[in-house]
Design a protein around this ligand. Structure first.
Ligand SMILES: [Fe+2]
Ligand SMILES: [Fe+2]
Length: 311
């Protein structure tokens, strides 16, 4: 059986998988048909064959847990228990890494002498969150409140910087390769991280389903838009799939969609990202998506599913 799956996997190119069945009429949330997002119905079964279990797994953040340096090896940390210490540790390990990576993406996307000052600021944030990430391993009952305060302050500071850059890029005061929406998106993630830590410091870990669907639904929709715009223009079928996901997640009223349909949509976007990450890494998919960005958005989808399950 293992061999059969491995051989099928070898025969399938990622793009062929995504092309397969492209002509099928599908319904979606509104039509109640094959996929929740109108994505090609071949994607979920193909993902079962192609994806590594580690791409979709969560890892309980136990005491002393650390984050590896290589994006492909990074676990998606989640809380191992229902208490503020466990949630603080899991969020610090997950989000300090995410904040560090955002800063790294800005460094990549702010080239040349004219952006040297902004790039230096981004590099400084990258170092700050690398250090916070390193310290996150030491979170314990007697220090989590104070450590959370430190993370809240740095996440808020980075969020403000991202919003300032968003305005400067949108008003043509800087000409970086970062879309205004990418600054806005990553600022929202910084603010959401800070807001969750503030909640833990008040002793609450509750997740509100409507907030989870609103925040992560918007996040998944915008990721899909980013992917559509970063794929090689010749990857028309993949761009079409990404745009379908974008529309499905950014439509009005997602918060009111029944839970199982939202979960189905979340799994579909994760499947698309797991296949995409492998195709980008091995050159089967043409794009300017850095493998670390592909892994980043995939881990955020894993987090979405985990939080949905906890609501
Ligand atoms: Fe992110
Ligand atoms: Fe994101």
């Amino acid at each position: 059986m293992q061999e059969e799956i491995a051989s099928t996997s070898r025969q399938l190119s990622r793009r062929d998988v995504l092309r397969a069945g492209g002509a099928l009429a599908v319904g979606g949330v509104l039509g109640g048909c094959a996929t929740a997002t109108r994505i090609n119905p071949a994607v979920p079964p193909a993902a079962r064959i192609i994806q590594d279990p580690a791409q979709v797994a969560t890892t309980p953040a136990s005491a002393g847990a650390a984050m590896p340096l290589q994006p492909r090896d990074k676990p998606t940390y989640v809380a191992e228990a229902r208490d503020p210490v466990a949630y603080s540790r899991a969020d610090a390990l997950f989000w300090n890494d995410i904040m560090m990576e955002h800063s790294g993406f800005f460094v990549m996307l702010m080239p040349g002498a004219e952006l040297a000052a902004e790039r230096r600021e981004a590099e400084q944030f990258e170092r700050t969150f690398a250090e916070l990430l390193r310290q996150s391993s030491g979170i314990a009952r007697d220090n989590y409140v104070a450590f959370n305060r430190k993370c809240i302050s740095e996440a808020r500071r980075l969020g403000e910087w991202k919003k300032r850059m968003q305005q400067r890029q949108a008003s043509a005061q800087i000409h970086s390769l970062v879309w205004p929406l990418f600054f806005e998106h990553t600022a929202r993630e910084a603010d959401r991280y800070a807001a969750r830590l503030e909640q833990y410091n008040r002793g609450s870990i509750e997740l509100d389903r409507r907030e989870v669907v609103e925040f992560w639904g918007t996040t998944m929709g915008e990721h899909s838009g980013f992917i559509a715009h970063l794929l090689d223009p010749n990857e028309r079928l993949l761009i079409d799939q990404a745009s379908k996901l974008e529309r499905a997640f950014l439509r009005q009223g997602l918060r009111d969609v029944p839970g199982d349909e939202v979960m189905k949509a979340a799994r579909e976007v994760l499947d698309f990202k797991t296949i995409g990450e492998k195709g980008i890494r091995n050159g089967h998919i043409k794009s300017i998506i850095h493998p670390s960005l592909a892994a980043h958005v995939r881990r955020e989808a894993v987090r979405f599913i985990d939080e949905l399950q906890r609501t």
